[in-house]
Every structure is written in structure tokens, then in C-alpha cells.
Ligand binder design. Structure first.
Ligand code: URP
Ligand code: ZN
Ligand code: ZN
Length: 496
């Protein structure tokens, strides 16, 4: 193409660009929200953005966030689609995939329509939805899910715990078989429900009610057992699974082993498993509730295992699992100071700090390359969730979703600087190096000069394609005979 004056709506000039595979210096020309040219010395656009001294990275994709959602235990998130997406944007994220959560008795098309309307009115960045499935009945499996998947909701989340959400192993197999046939990804919350219930009952009988006992009830073996069971089910019928919010060293190890055996198991972890431990939960009175999520943060050995998992590709997704609950009766403390660890809402906020934490503690310390950072925070999410035709990369034809990071900027985390509606952060006081100063979504400047530049509702719904599985299994071992015998069809799963 020619590059005469004003070919571009926006030119991003003089930055150091990194994708998941290369780093180079160039200008980026943007037209109609799309990257149309990448080369040095481009002419000015109508808007010219100076990126000298900045890293120009793909905008983050946070593929695990709870926004304007009621939890399995019935608590309402503190963030709606406005505050949640504003907070995401200020932290360098330009696409979120929150959940449309089916609670039992609710019809899937209505659930999706309700969330779609909420997001349409408020989101400031682009978004898709996963469907939380709690009731995989005949209508869901034969009609509603295939339709939802074909319309762009190409991933489902299922739970092995929480009384109101959990599926039996039989139901899990039904869902996996359906997902395999339709080309959807199944995200699994893997914790053994009865183990948690059994331990918690005995702890409460002994008067152990404080938040720190949440970590006791959610023992690492609870996660490892359920994770292993999910992997075995995936192997049994040769359908991929994605274990979300992996916390424990043993779970990382069993995922690595399963991948080496040829299992199609993918995995995600989150900031709370890199930067918090169970010691954070051990605070006076109910203060520790601010650090309680499921699975809980574990020990230093597990933190190291998660870092190692990110490094060697065992864990390919770094998401926030932003689950924003206020420190009051609406969320963490339904019974005030008398709230037991079984009653408080599970989850920690992290949508805004997800990327700055990893940039500072990963890239700026040399633990991760800038390309690994891009893969973990953006590109791998696009590939895993069917967005790689438009998101997660800096290349001609891609949406101009960019974040300009200043590696010199030092920030001390304080709740008051954050844009969510939670009122606390587990990372209070942490000193970070590096910050995304300009954030663009489809060529629109969303954040600049520490100010939001776009209107409520200006984000777009992005229907997703089938997950590409361009995150291949590590080796290709023979699948079981069962899919052929039972006539199960797999649609979109290359077996490279
Ligand atoms: O504790 C957590 N992670 N709460 C959010 C819900 C979920 O299971 O992801
Ligand atoms: Zn979960
Ligand atoms: Zn979650």
C-alpha cells in the first residue's frame, strides 16, 4: 500500500514492538480500527502517538473474569460491565471473556441474552462470553449448547465443586462429548467437593471458623484429585480440557505428566498463585477473607511450580480470575465478624493488576522474556478461545488492540488508584516496575494520561470461533478406542 499523508487514522510511532515470537522497532499504521501497515518511518496519522521508549505490546486478553455475575453461593460481584472493563483497560487489557452463568432452572438462551444486554450497555473494551453450565439436561445438550457454540460462545465452564453448580462425573462426560463434537473448549474448576465438605464439617465442629481454615479445607490434594479425574475423563473420550486456576505444585506436575503422555490437557494459572501464599490468609479476625479464593494461594514451593509451569509451557494461560467481592455483607462478610470460612464469598480481585504484576515480577526481573509475557497474557488466550483471527497479535489485518508500556514507571499499589469497585486489593503496598500508559482498542485510545477516553458501551461483542488448538499437546500418543466404539465425533481437534 502507499503511505501518503493521512492514510492512517492513527500512527503509533517509534516504539519497540513485541509479539509472542518477535521483537522489532517499527511504526504501526491503523485504519478503521485495524492494523494496516507496520514499517519504519510511516507518515503521520490523523492522530500520531509517540511510543519512543515504550514497549508496544498486544492488548491483554483476560479470559477468566467474573463480572456482574452471581456466584454459586449466591453473592453478587462488586463490578458491573462498566467498572470491570474500565479496570481491565487501565491495566493493559483490551479484551475480556467473562461468564454468562447458568444457575439451575434457568434456560441457557435467556442467560446469554441477559448478560449480553448488560455488557452491551456498559463495556468499554471488547468481550466474549463463556457459559457456566450447571444444568446439562437433554435440551441443553441437544439444542441450547450446540446453538450457543455455533453463535460464538465456544467455551463452557463446569464445576466439580459448589453444591449449586457441581456436575457429576456422568454429566461431565456428557458435556465433554458434546464439546468434542461441536468444537468447544471445556474449562474445569477441579476440586473434590466431598473432600472439601468433609474437612470443613470437622473444622467447624471444632470451632475453626477463621478464613485461614479455608486453605485447610481446600487442601492441595483436593485439587490434585479432581484435576487428575478431569484429565482421565478427557483421555477416556479423547476430548481436550482446560484446567483453570491451577494452584498447587502437585497439580502442575500431574498436568505436565499428562501432557507428556499425549493428553489434550491445557492449563491456566493466575496472579494469586504467583504472588500470594496461604500465609496471607492468616490475619487477625476476618481480615484474611480478602485473600480467600478457590483454590486458595498455597506455599512457596507451589509458587515456584507455577512459575516453572509458565516457563516450560505446561501452563499456557495467565488470567486474573477476577472475582470481585466487597469486604462487607454483600460479599466477603455475609454475617459480619461472625462469618465463617464456609460462608464468605470466594475470589480475589485482579483484573487491573494482572498484567502489571507479571510485567514487573516476570519481565523486569528477567524471569520471563517479553515474548513469553505476550504469549501468557494475550496470544495464547486468543488461540485457546478462538480469537486469533483478530486479537492477540500485532500484524497487518489484526484489530489495533495495543498497550504502550513504560518500563521505567514505578508504581506502589494502592487501592485508591484502582478502577474496580471492590475497595481493597490483595497486593496493597506492592512496588511495581512498568505500567501500560496508553491502551488502545480497535484503534480507539481507551486510556491515556491516566484518563478514560471512551464512552460506556463502546466495547464490542466478539463472537468466537472454535478454539484452534494451536496450542498442541506435547507429544501425540494413541487415543483410547472408546470414541470410535461409541461413535463420538471430534470436530476441531488437530492432533499434531
Ligand atoms: O474463588 C474463586 N476462584 N472464585 C471465583 C469463582 C471460580 O470458581 O472461578
Ligand atoms: Zn473456578
Ligand atoms: Zn473464576
Amino acid at each position: 500500500m502507499t503511505t501518503s499523508d493521512h492514510d492512517f487514522d492513527v500512527t503509533v510511532r517509534g516504539g519497540r514492538i513485541s509479539t509472542d515470537s518477535k521483537t522489532f522497532e517499527a511504526d504501526i499504521g491503523i485504519k478503521d480500527g485495524v492494523i494496516v501497515c507496520i514499517q519504519r518511518n510511516l507518515p503521520p496519522g490523523r492522530c500520531d502517538i509517540d511510543a519512543a521508549g515504550r514497549w508496544v505490546l498486544p492488548g491483554g486478553i483476560d479470559s477468566h473474569v467474573h463480572i456482574e455475575q452471581r456466584s454459586g453461593m449466591g453473592m453478587m460481584c462488586a463490578d458491573d460491565f462498566y467498572s470491570g472493563t474500565v479496570a481491565a483497560a487501565f491495566g493493559g487489557t483490551t479484551t475480556v471473556i467473562p461468564f454468562a452463568a447458568q444457575h439451575r432452572g434457568k434456560k441457557i438462551p435467556e442467560v446469554i441474552a441477559d448478560y449480553a444486554q448488560l455488557a452491551r450497555e456498559k463495556a468499554v473494551i471488547d468481550y466474549g462470553f463463556h457459559l457456566i453450565l450447571s444444568d446439562p439436561d437433554e435440551v441443553a445438550l441437544t439444542q441450547d449448547l450446540p446453538k450457543a457454540i455455533r453463535e460464538g460462545i465456544t467455551s463452557l465452564k463446569v464445576y466439580m465443586t459448589y453444591e449449586q453448580l457441581k456436575l457429576s462425573d456422568y454429566q461431565l462426560l456428557d458435556v465433554l462429548a458434546l464439546a468434542g463434537a461441536e468444537g468447544a473448549m471445556v474449562m474445569i474448576h477441579a476440586e473434590n467437593h466431598d473432600m472439601i465438605r468433609w474437612i470443613a464439617t470437622r473444622l467447624l465442629e471444632r470451632g475453626h471458623t477463621a478464613p485461614k481454615f479455608h486453605a485447610v479445607a481446600h487442601d492441595p490434594l483436593v485439587e490434585a484429585e479432581a484435576g487428575h479425574r478431569a484429565i482421565v475423563m478427557s483421555r477416556l473420550i479423547d476430548v481436550p480440557v482446560l484446567l483453570v486456576h491451577v494452584a498447587g505444585a502437585e497439580t502442575v506436575e500431574l498436568i505436565r505428566s499428562a501432557q507428556l503422555l499425549g493428553s489434550k490437557v491445557h492449563a491456566e494459572s493466575c496472579p494469586q498463585y504467583l504472588f500470594l501464599t496461604e500465609d496471607n490468609i492468616d490475619l487477625p479476625r476476618v481480615e484474611g477473607a480478602k485473600f480467600c479464593c478457590s483454590p486458595p494461594p498455597r506455599d512457596v514451593r507451589s509458587q515456584e511450580a507455577v512459575w516453572a509451569g509458565f516457563k516450560d509451557g505446561t501452563l499456557r494461560l495467565y488470567s486474573s480470575d477476577h472475582a470481585p467481592y466487597r469486604f462487607d455483607e454483600s460479599g466477603k462478610l455475609p454475617n459480619g465478624e461472625a462469618t465463617t470460612f464456609k460462608e464468605m464469598a470466594n475470589g480475589v480481585p485482579g483484573i487491573e493488576l494482572r498484567m502489571p504484576l507479571l510485567f514487573s515480577e516476570g519481565v523486569m526481573t528477567g524471569r520471563l522474556s517479553i515474548q513469553e509475557f505476550v504469549a501468557l497474557t494475550s496470544t495464547n488466550h486468543a488461540r485457546m478461545y478462538g480469537l486469533s483471527h483478530c486479537k492477540g497479535d500485532i500484524a497487518v489485518g489484526m484489530d489495533a488492540d495495543l498497550a504502550l508500556w513504560n518500563p521505567e514507571r514505578e508504581v506502589t499499589v494502592d487501592t485508591t488508584m484502582l478502577h474496580d469497585n471492590v475497595g481493597y486489593t490483595p497486593y496493597q503496598g506492592k512496588r511495581l516496575r512498568g505500567w501500560p500508559e496508553v491502551v488502545m482498542s480497535r484503534g480507539r485510545v481507551v486510556v491515556q494520561d491516566n484518563t478514560l477516553q471512551v464512552e460506556r458501551g463502546s466495547g464490542q461483542y466478539i463472537p468466537r470461533r472454535s478454539p484452534e488448538a494451536t496450542l498442541p499437546v506435547k507429544t501425540a500418543a494413541g487415543a483410547t478406542r472408546l470414541p470410535a466404539l461409541l461413535g463420538l465425533k471430534g470436530k476441531a481437534w488437530p492432533t499434531q
